[in-house]
Design a protein around this ligand. Structure first.
Ligand SMILES: Cc1ncc(COP(=O)(O)O)c(C=O)c1O
Length: 394
């Protein structure tokens, strides 16, 4: 069968190979004294809070399960608009918010609406792999721009300016970032957006970890800049609803009918039950629970990062958000006689029974030196992982 070049262009998600190997090994060691610990998974270990679960059950019981409008339930768009106003002090009218099947669908809609075949989109290296694949699925070209620890592994205005060519259509940023957990400094973000606007380009920003911020310098939404920024968001991370497949997209008003037309045709709508459930995310009781969980994520970060440093797994920039640690494993590789982070990940998995993600998926610049730990596991599991890593690296 002839496969489309579009599909062939999408690289494999190597993380899944590691995850598959980890699951296979996990079955073998399940009843040993060291069952597998999964620090490779980028999803909260919490599930939706009680009010959200009850709202989902009620929607099912009441038969509120028909399609919604392609842009989503009006009440949910209003709730999200209210969240931006209350939490971030930013006016985002509900009519600019489109509910989607996770950030993944939001990214697809934005890319399909705005990218012409052959357009270049600038992105930081390292960054979340699927984002460059969304660009490529829209026939665009993701141009990875290497970043450094000094830049918090984010693009700078100077780099955007230097990398811009007549083919460049815009930038796709993520703040906080997966895999680094680092955000773009608000002043730098403004400068980047200025550079993009001067060139009549587009600023797309993946804010899926918005809300999961631990440092008051960061944590503001890019929507505060102006009404031209396009922001992608989700119920997956801060709201702990990965498998419910719900997210949203904020676009300039003129783009809403275009996105609506695409969404009608491609998805019809996001899950109706999930939309009804998500209304309860914004109840004070649920927000209080999310904030308690955010404090828990911060406590894990505050404990885990110094432990990695002490093991010689250097984390060059303290993550200010999300739940990742991007650690340089070069010294550990030298000690164990390994070639790079891919081999290191398998060694840690086989000998310590701790699954981690090698840098390979996230770019090409320095990713053979780095591994990503997810701190979205319990403190007890993080402590046990550190003990096992210490024994491996002793
Ligand atoms: C940066 C980033 N963007 C998008 C996604 C996709 O998330 P969703 O579950 O909302 O589709 C992820 C998932 O891990 C992510 O880390």
């Amino acid at each position: 069968m002839r496969i489309s070049t579009r599909a062939e262009r999408i690289e494999p998600f190597y993380v899944m190979e590691v995850a598959k190997a980890a699951s296979a090994l996990a079955r073998e060691v399940a009843h040993s004294d060291r069952p597998m610990i999964f620090l490779n998974i980028g999803e909260p270990d919490f599930t939706a809070p009680p009010l959200v679960q009850e709202a989902a059950a009620r929607a099912v019981r009441d038969g509120a399960t028909q399609y919604t409008q392609a842009t989503g339930l009006e009440a949910l768009r209003e709730r999200i608009s209210g969240w931006y106003a209350q939490r971030f002090g930013v006016e985002v009218p509900a009519r600019r918010i489109v509910i989607t099947a996770g950030a993944s669908a939001a990214l697809q809609l934005a890319c399909l609406a705005l990218i012409e075949a052959g357009d270049d989109i600038l992105m930081p290296d390292p960054s979340y792999p699927c984002n460059r694949h969304f660009v490529s699925a829209a026939e665009g070209r993701a141009v990875l721009v290497p970043t450094s620890a000094e830049e918090r592994f984010q693009l700078s205005a100077a780099k955007v300016q230097a990398a811009w060519t007549p083919r460049t259509r815009g930038v796709l940023l993520a703040s906080p970032s997966n895999p680094t957990g680092t955000s773009i400094h608000p002043d730098e973000l403004r400068r980047i957006h200025d550079v993009v606007r001067q060139r009549e380009g587009i600023t797309l920003i993946d804010e899926i970890y918005l809300g999961l911020s631990y440092d008051s310098t960061f944590g503001q939404t890019a929507l505060a800049l102006d009404d031209q920024v396009i922001s992608i968001n989700s119920f997956s991370k801060y709201f702990n609803m990965t498998g419910w497949r719900l997210g949203w997209l904020v676009v300039p008003e003129a783009l809403v009918p275009v996105i609506e037309r695409l969404a009608q045709n491609l998805f019809i709508c996001a899950s109706t039950v999930s939309q009804h459930a998500a209304l309860a995310c914004f109840e004070p009781e649920s927000i209080a629970e999310y904030e308690r969980r955010r404090a828990e994520f911060k406590a894990r970060r505050d404990w885990f990062i110094p432990q990695l440093q002490a093991l010689g797994l250097d984390v060059p920039v303290m993550p200010d958000g999300a739940f990742y640690a991007w650690a340089d494993c070069s010294a550990a590789c030298a000690k164990l006689g390994l070639q790079g982070s891919w081999d290191f990940a398998f060694e840690v998995m086989k000998r310590a029974h701790v699954a981690v993600t090698p840098g390979r998926d996230f770019g090409t610049a320095e990713t053979q030196k780095f591994i990503r730990f997810s701190t979205a596991s319990s403190m007890a599991q993080l402590q046990e992982s550190v003990a096992r890593l210490r024994a491996l690296l002793a």
